[in-house]
Structures are given as C-alpha cells and as structure tokens.
Design a protein around this ligand. Structure first.
Ligand code: NAD
Ligand code: UDP
Length: 316
C-alpha cells in the first residue's frame, strides 16, 4: 500500500513510518517540523519507498499518485508544546483535519485520526470508556488541544456519515519511548533526563495524580490494527496500568542506581487532570490488542536511549 502520515517527523509518527516501511509499504511523510525532528527520519534518506513532503497540513495537501491510507497525527501534542503554539494547534486540529479528510475522499483512501485521552478532560469516572463524553472546559488553558481533538473526531464522523469516508478514530493515552521530545516537559523524558544529570526530579503538585503509560511499539501496533480493522467509532489505546506521578519518580530513581537526584515537589500545573486510565476492553475485543511492554522494561529502554543520546551529543 501507499500510506500517508501527517506528523511523520514526530515521536509516534516516526516510529509508525519505520513500522510501515518494515511491513513493505510505501510511505509518504508530511510534516512542518513545528515540534518534529528531522533527525528522526534521517536514517531513511535514500530509501526509495519513503518520500518526505515538508508541508503545513493547514494548507491543502496535494500528493501525486495513489494513496490507500492516511494517518493524521500532526499537531503539537504535549501540554507545553500546545501552550506555546495555541493557534497552530487549533488550526491543525480543525482545518488540517478537514484538509486530510478531503484528501481521503479524493484518493478514496482510508483515514485514521489520532485523537487523544485529552478529549475526556478532567475525568470524573475512571477508567475512561469510549462512551464517556468527557469533562472539558471549552475556554480552559488546554482547550486548543482538547476541543481541537473533540472537533476532529466530530469531523471524522460527519465525513463518514454524510460522505461515506472510510474513517477510524483512536484515542491515544500517554505514550513514551525513544525519540520522545526531551525539551517538551513530558513526565518520563523529564524524570529520566533529570536523574541522569543528577538534578532534582520535578513532581508537580503532591504527585498523587495518575497516568497510564504505554510504550511506543505497543502504541504503533494498536494504531495500525485500528486502521486495518473495520470499526468507525473511537477506540481507546493505552496502558491500563495506572501509576501515580510520585511512584513513577521513585521507579526512575531505582532504575538509575548511581544518581544523586532527589524528588522535588513543585507548584502544580493549571488544569492538570487528576487521573488518566483507559478502559481498553474495546481494543481487546475488536482488535485483539493490548500492550505487552511492562513499565519497568519500557523505562529501561528510555534510560538506555537517553544515555546514548547524551554520549552522541558529547561527541559532537
Ligand atoms: P509530536 O509533537 O512528536 O509529533 C507531531 C508532529 O506533527 C510533529 O512532527 C510536528 O512537527 C507535526 N505537525 C504539527 N503541526 C503540523 C502541521 N500543521 N502540519 C504538518 N505537521 C505538523 O507528537 P506525538 O507525541 O508523536 O503525537 C502524535 C499524535 O498522537 C498526535 O496527534 C497527538 O495528539 C497524539 N497523542 C500523543 C500522545 C503522547 O503521549 N505522545 C498522547 C495522546 C495523543
Ligand atoms: N509532571 C510532573 N513533572 C514533570 C512533568 C510532568 O509532575 O516534570 C506531571 C504532570 O503534572 C502530569 C503528568 O506528570 O500530571 C503527565 O504530564 P505529561 O506532560 O507527560 O502529560 P499529560 O498527561 O499531562 O498530557
């Protein structure tokens, strides 16, 4: 197949590119590099099955030749990144989504939206099932992202219902792994970087807030399974293993025995959700998918990756 990925130079996007190429497909990557990294795709230079198009998907997307599938991942995605790029976030999650849905109709390509656990907002019921409609503040500090994703889901369903677009929606929960952005303040990247540098691990608030953290290879498999399935309604993808942020900080410290870092409790973030845990019954039943990589194993892989990155930086 010939597959387009918006957000191909990002963390999850670049892993998805590698996965689809390894499966023998042709991949067209589209990215404007607002939060992406060219280096994530450098190893693919000269690969005849990979084409990179530097482009902002807020502008109409034109691609020569056939396309069979479109994965729409493009958007600033960490709280820090979408606070820094509010307008870009709201535009890519509205105009960008509409542009790619139009492209999917033009090419008769299947369309998958990478939505987010953000659509559940500050949840009152946990774990979150897909029939939970969320608790979001439309004018809150995260609304450009949360409401953007909610609108994108509405766009996918409207195109599916009225124009018979062949759409899929996955709601991605916190994902981590090599290539996650180290400068964007995401919790695992922060804690591992801080522990390797013997700096304090910054826990925001009292650290009792929880997250469920999914390793990136599991996430990519789930996203591809959803694309290749035949279910149009949203499917949660994420780890059902919930951990408090302070527990996570302790676990990172245990895995880096030589570190002199200690935990430092800092001011809590505005609109920081208290809990996040997906109910993945639907993904299990419909896709036969559930994550395989345990948190400890995944953390060890991130630690090893960041160690190598630091060594490479020192050599440069
Ligand atoms: P990322 O920031 O690493 O990747 C997103 C990519 O999109 C970047 O390369 C960026 O440059 C690109 N992009 C942004 N706006 C664009 C535009 N207008 N045109 C073209 N390219 C554009 O983020 P990620 O963590 O890889 O997230 C990928 C997807 O998964 C996103 O849709 C995100 O909302 C979703 N998601 C991720 C997580 C997570 O924990 N990483 C959690 C929930 C949902
Ligand atoms: N967090 C933290 N210290 C950090 C970075 C994040 O305590 O250095 C917390 C943050 O307040 C949130 C959780 O970790 O409760 C996950 O944050 P992240 O930005 O990774 O993702 P989110 O789930 O908020 O999108």
């Amino acid at each position: 197949m010939r597959v387009l990925i918006s957000g191909a130079a990002g963390f999850i996007g670049s892993h998805l590119v590698d996965y689809l190429l390894a499966q023998g497909h042709e991949v067209v990557g589209v990215d404007n590099y607002v939060t992406g990294t060219r280096a994530h795709l450098e190893h693919l230079k000269g690969n005849p099955r990979f084409l990179m198009i530097p482009h902002d998907v807020v502008q109409p997307v034109r691609v020569d030749g056939p396309l069979h599938q479109i994965y729409h991942l493009a958007t600033p995605s960490s709280p820090q990144a979408y606070a820094l790029h509010r307008l870009e976030t709201i535009k890519v999650n509205s105009i960008g989504t509409l542009n790619l849905l139009e492209l999917s109709l033009e090419k008769q390509a299947r369309f998958l939206l990478a939505s987010s656990s953000g659509i559940y907002g500050d949840v009152v019921v946990t774990p979150q099932r897909e029939d939970n409609f969320g608790n979001c503040n439309p004018v809150g500090l995260r609304s450009q992202y949360d409401e953007g994703k909610r609108f994108s889901e509405a766009c996918a369903m409207a195109y599916h219902r009225e124009r018979q677009a062949d759409t899929r929606i996955v709601r991605i929960f916190n994902t981590y792994g090599p290539r996650m952005s180290v400068g964007e303040g995401r919790v695992i990247a922060n804690f591992v970087r801080q522990a390797l540098s013997n700096e304090p691990l910054t826990v925001y608030g009292d650290g009792t807030q929880t997250r469920s953290l999914c390793y990136v290879s599991d996430m990519v498999e789930g996203v591809v399974a959803a694309m290749n399935g035949d279910f149009h309604e949203p499917i949660n993808l994420g780890s059902p293993e919930e951990v408090s942020i302070v527990q996570l900080a302790r676990q990172v410290l245990e895995l880096i025995p030589g570190t002199t870092s200690k935990i430092s409790f800092e001011q809590s973030l505005a609109y920081d959700p208290r809990v996040r845990r997906p109910d993945i019954t639907r993904a299990k039943q419909i896709l036969g998918w559930s994550p395989k990589v345990a948190l400890k194993e995944g953390l060890q892989k991130v630690i090893e990756w960041l160690r190598q990155e630091r060594k490479a930086q020192e050599r440069r």
